[in-house]
Design a protein around this ligand. Structure first.
Ligand code: NI
Length: 163
């Protein structure tokens, strides 16, 4: 198990459409273990493969009692609305309020390639959507109006300089 370096905005890989996971072998399981280790080390609740520099449709999460590996994730249903603070390990965890659906149904494959569906509400639904977005080259700041997006980016860059 190894902790990987987290890719940060504006790295190009974060804006790319991820490639499908096609091979469900031991290498994938090791990669997922590394992703969990990297996520826990950074005190995050979700981590997608582009965040460690891999252009792949894969994420791990451990959020609100839901711990899972999702390969080739899709949000197949969503409903309602919630507004809440969100942050991202690739944007220095600078928080911003993002509106998203309240409930979401995730369809994905586990580390063995078996398809599953899972429904969640609130914080966990937010994680499903945030991480699936990563696999589509989209960041949470892409949901913000330009001025608020610029504010998050500026704060992130400023904090980064002080580290
Ligand atoms: Ni993120």
């Amino acid at each position: 198990m190894a902790i990987r370096k987290i890719t940060e905005y504006p790295d190009a890989v974060l804006a790319e459409l991820g490639k499908p996971v096609e091979t469900f072998d031991d290498d994938l399981k090791t990669l997922c273990e590394d992703m969990f280790a990297t996520m826990y080390n950074a005190e995050g609740v979700g981590l997608a493969a582009p965040q460690i520099g891999l252009n792949l449709r894969l994420f791990v999460m451990d959020c609100d009692g839901i711990k899972l590996i999702a390969a080739n994730p899709e949000i197949v249903e969503s409903e309602g609305e919630q507004s809440g603070q969100e942050g991202c390990l690739s944007v220095g965890k600078v928080p911003a309020v993002v509106s998203r659906p309240l409930k979401a149904k995730l369809k994905a494959q586990n580390e063995n390639g078996e398809w599953f569906e899972m429904e969640a509400e609130g914080y966990a639904a937010r994680a499903f959507m945030h991480e699936t977005d990563h696999c589509n080259g989209k960041l949470f700041i892409d949901h913000l109006p330009k001025m608020r997006r610029d504010m998050v980016v500026k704060r992130f860059q400023k904090e980064k300089r002080w580290k």
